[in-house]
Structures are given as C-alpha cells and as structure tokens.
Design a protein around this ligand. Structure first.
Ligand code: ADP
Length: 473
C-alpha cells in the first residue's frame, strides 16, 4: 500500500472516528437533558396541583383549576379510588387511557437508551412519592407518565406528556451522526489523498531520478527542486549534492584509471621496443646493446615505482588502518637526509633547523613522506642549487620543512600539484621520470597522521613545503 493511500486512510479514519465520538456524545448529552427535563416537568405539574389543594375532594374546584393547563405539553388527570377519571386538563385528551394503579404497581425505568444513560444527569430526578411510567398509544407514540397517590391513596394525580418530539430528535440524531462521520471521513480521505500526493510529489520525482540514474548511469542528472524550501526541498537539494559528489568521485576514478593506463603504457612500450630490437638484431654492436638493455632496465624501474605508487594510493583509498606507534621524527628525518645525499647531483644539502620531535604513526610511511619531498626538491633544483631539510616544534605540532632554490611551480599549477598524475609543464620536460603521484601520496600520509601539507613556491626562485603533524603527547 502506498504511503499516500496510507496517509489518506489515516486522515479519513481519524476524522470519521472523531466526528462519531463527538456526535454520540452530543446525542447522549442532549437527549439525557431533554428526557430528564420532561420528567421534572411532569413531577412539577403533579406537585403543583397536589400542593395547591390539600384535599381534592371538591371536584368542582379541581376542574376549575385544571381548566387552564399548567404546562402546554403536560396533561394532568385526577383519578378516583377505582381508577375512574374525575377531572382532566383540556390538553390531557390525547394521552392514552391508563389505570394509575398499574403505573404505581409497575413503575418503568428511564425512557432513553443505554448510550444516553451513560451520560451523567445535569440534575437528578427523584420519583418522590409517585412513580414514573411509559406507555404507547394506538399510533405507537410513546408517552411518559407520572402518577402520585393523594388523599391516602383515595385519589391519584397523573401527568402525561408525549415523547414524540424527543423520540423524533433521537431518530434524527441516530441517522445523522453516522452519516456525518462517513461524509466527514470521505471528504478528509479525498483531501488527505490530494494533499499527501502534493506533499509527496518530490519524493516521487526523487525516486524516478534515482531509478533513471541507476539504469542509465547518468550521474549528471539532477532532481528539479523548484522553489520548495521545506524538508522535502532540502531532501532534494541534499540528494543533488550527493549526486554531484558521486559524479565528481566517478569522474576522478575514470580519469585516474585512464591516466594510470596511459602512464603504465609508456614504460611498457619502451621496454617492449628495446627487447624487440635486441631480439631482431642479435649481432648488434656491444655499445648499442648496452644502451638498449640500459633503457629497458630504466623503464622497468620506472614501471616498478609507478606500480608501487599506485599500490600505495589504492591502499589509501581502501582506508586501511594505520599503525600508530610513537615515532622519533628526528631519527626519520636524519635517515632520509642520509639517503637524499646519495640522490643529490651537485646540489648543496643542509639540515637546518633540527629539533627532536616525537609523533604517533607509521615510521615507514613517515619516511616515505620525507623522501617524496626531498626527491622532488632534488629533482626540480639545478645542480648549483641548494636543498634544506628542517624539523622544529611549534606548540603542539612538529613542523617538517623541505626547501629548495629550484625551478619553483607556476601559480596556475599550484592548486593542482596534489592531484593524481598532475605534473607542472616545465617539471615534466625536465624530469620524464616523475609519476605525478608523489605529492598525492604525501598528502594522504600527512592527513592520516592528523596533519597537513602547505606548499609555497616562487617560479624561478624555489619551493618550500611545510608538513605539520601533531606531536605525540
Ligand atoms: P612527480 O612525480 O612529477 O614529481 P609529484 O606529485 O611529486 O609528481 O609532483 C607533482 C608536480 O608538482 C611535479 O610534476 C612538479 O611539477 C611539481 N613539484 C613538486 N615539487 C616540486 C618542487 N620542489 N619544485 C618544483 N616543482 C615541484
């Protein structure tokens, strides 16, 4: 069952129930008051006649008194000892003939139904010395009676009133309340369905877009938001944001795969070409042979480095848990400094400043980070240049500084150098051996140690890379 239908059914059902409850309550309270008031009126009329004349023996006096009806809807009769009518008010005519002694012998209960009886009375009606009765006339109309014995039960006073009006109202209520409940429920059901449909339309659009994307893989699609600023508008906006970020990740992934294949193909082609050359010309001069083998082996090393870098990034993407041990960063820096001396080709290398600093993390990865930065500094600095490596403590952080006086990075390339496979143009021409992955790996290592990398560069003057890592407490 759809959410829309469920909501509409709930609205309709609840409205019907509420109308029914209010209707039944109003029905019961209203009729309880009507019946009770009538009983009180009957009692009042009888007591009025009985109180005005302590002895009703004088028939003429009684007849004169009853000549004017006490209440227009209440007829009063005076009965004699044997149940014969002695006197009657003019409006007592239509009341059914009855022996008052029967009423006294078999008084009847309240004239209303069980539901009406559940409502507490607004004022209690006591039968006093008399008794209430119920009877029906020849037409089936109900009459309410009240009989009071007077004069030591020698005479009886009877008040009678027709219940026709109240009974008709009861009947009307009985039909009207369920009808109102059904109509009310129907109207709310339809209105609720329309409203729920309107409110849920963005959800339907969202579902439609999501399923279209799932089928077609068109991550460029977006959900139309319109001017909605409510919760569903926010949901659609968030969904679009998620799509944008998915699209970006998907494109990056596609670019990465394309770049990786391209980068892997270059050294492979070179190796293949050199091996084929050696195969085709087994008797080539020794010098040329050495050159071909040398190039193949250089390209194989480059391939190995590329694969190692790709593996490191794949590990980073997989979010592998990092070893977390206290690491003396100064020892790591010294070790990397010694290794860098082997890589230098004429540049001056200096260790300045140098302060002990301990961080928490993976020693091998931290060493890889320092080596990447030193390797870059040496790669992009001419032989006459200078490369400095430094380590210092700044507050709760250790700062690793790698500076050089090399070619620098053009301003337009600076925002991109941490992207995978990105290489600034002048650097590329100078060093075909670079993979364009070093800084991506360096940034991942720094980030996974809770730190960050900052890069400042002036083209033609040099570059300073600062890595800030939290100190081990
Ligand atoms: P690569 O393997 O090409 O060095 P990286 O990711 O380490 O890849 O660096 C990306 C690019 O940033 C390099 O190609 C280079 O253009 C530039 N770069 C990085 N470090 C330096 C530096 N110290 N001096 C000048 N350019 C640099």
């Amino acid at each position: 069952m759809s959410l829309r239908l469920r909501l509409a059914l709930w609205y309709g059902g609840l409205t019907g129930l509420i109308i029914l409850m209010i209707g039944v309550l109003a029905y019961a309270a209203y009729h309880r008051t009507q019946y009770d008031n009538l009983d009180r009126a009957l009692e009042g009329a009888v007591e009025h006649v009985a109180g005005a004349h302590s002895s009703l023996a004088v028939a003429g006096e009684v007849a004169a008194m009853l000549a004017t009806p006490i209440l227009p809807n209440v007829g009063v009769r005076v009965y004699g000892e044997r149940g014969q009518v002695v006197a009657a008010s003019p409006n007592a005519g239509p009341a059914p003939a009855i022996d008052p002694r029967d009423v006294l012998d078999h008084p009847s209960g309240p004239p209303y139904d069980l539901i009406t009886g559940l409502v507490p009375p607004f004022a209690t009606v006591e039968a006093g010395g008399g008794a209430f009765g119920l009877t029906s006339d020849a037409d089936g109309r109900r009459w309410r009676l009240y009989v009071l014995p007077v004069d030591g039960s020698k005479q009886f006073l009877l008040a009678a009133a027709s219940l026709e009006g109240i009974d008709a109202s009861v009947e009307l209520f009985r039909r009207l309340v369920p009808l109102l409940a059904v109509v009310g429920a129907g109207i709310t059901l339809i209105a609720g369905g329309l409203l729920a449909g309107y409110a849920l339309r963005p959800v339907a659009t969202l579902t439609e877009t999501a399923s279209t994307i799932a089928r077609s893989r068109e991550l460029g699609r977006r959900v139309p938001i319109g001017s909605r600023r409510d919760e569903l508008g926010q949901l659609a906006a968030t969904f679009n944001e998620m799509l944008a970020s998915l699209e970006q990740a998907y494109r990056a992934q596609q670019r990465f795969v394309a770049d990786a294949s391209h980068e892997l193909r270059a050294p492979l082609t070179a190796i293949q070409a050199n091996l084929e050359l050696l195969e085709r010309q087994p008797n080539m001069p020794a010098g040329e042979q050495r050159e071909a083998v040398g190039e193949a082996s250089r390209e194989a090393r480059r391939l190995a480095r590329l694969v190692a870098d790709l593996l490191a990034l794949a590990r980073a993407d997989a979010g592998l848990a990092l070893k977390r041990r206290p690491v003396d960063l100064d020892a790591v820096v010294l070790e990397a400094f010694r290794a860098a001396r082997q890589l230098a080709h004429g540049q001056t290398l200096a260790l300045e400043p140098f302060e002990p600093a301990r961080v928490a993390g993976d020693e091998d990865l931290l060493k890889q980070l320092v080596l990447i930065l030193l390797d870059n500094a040496l790669k992009y600095t001419p032989p006459a240049g200078c490369v400095t490596l430094g380590l210092r403590r700044r507050g709760a952080r250790a700062e690793l500084l790698v500076g050089d006086t090399g070619v620098g990075i053009p301003a337009e390339d600076l925002p991109h150098v941490f992207e995978r496979f990105y290489r600034a143009d002048p650097a590329r021409s100078r060093d075909p051996g670079g993979t364009g992955l070093g800084l991506s790996i360096a940034r991942w290592i720094a980030a996974h140690h809770g730190g960050q990398i900052d890069l400042q560069s002036q083209p033609g003057q040099g570059t300073l890379v600062t890595v800030r890592l939290p100190l081990h407490p």
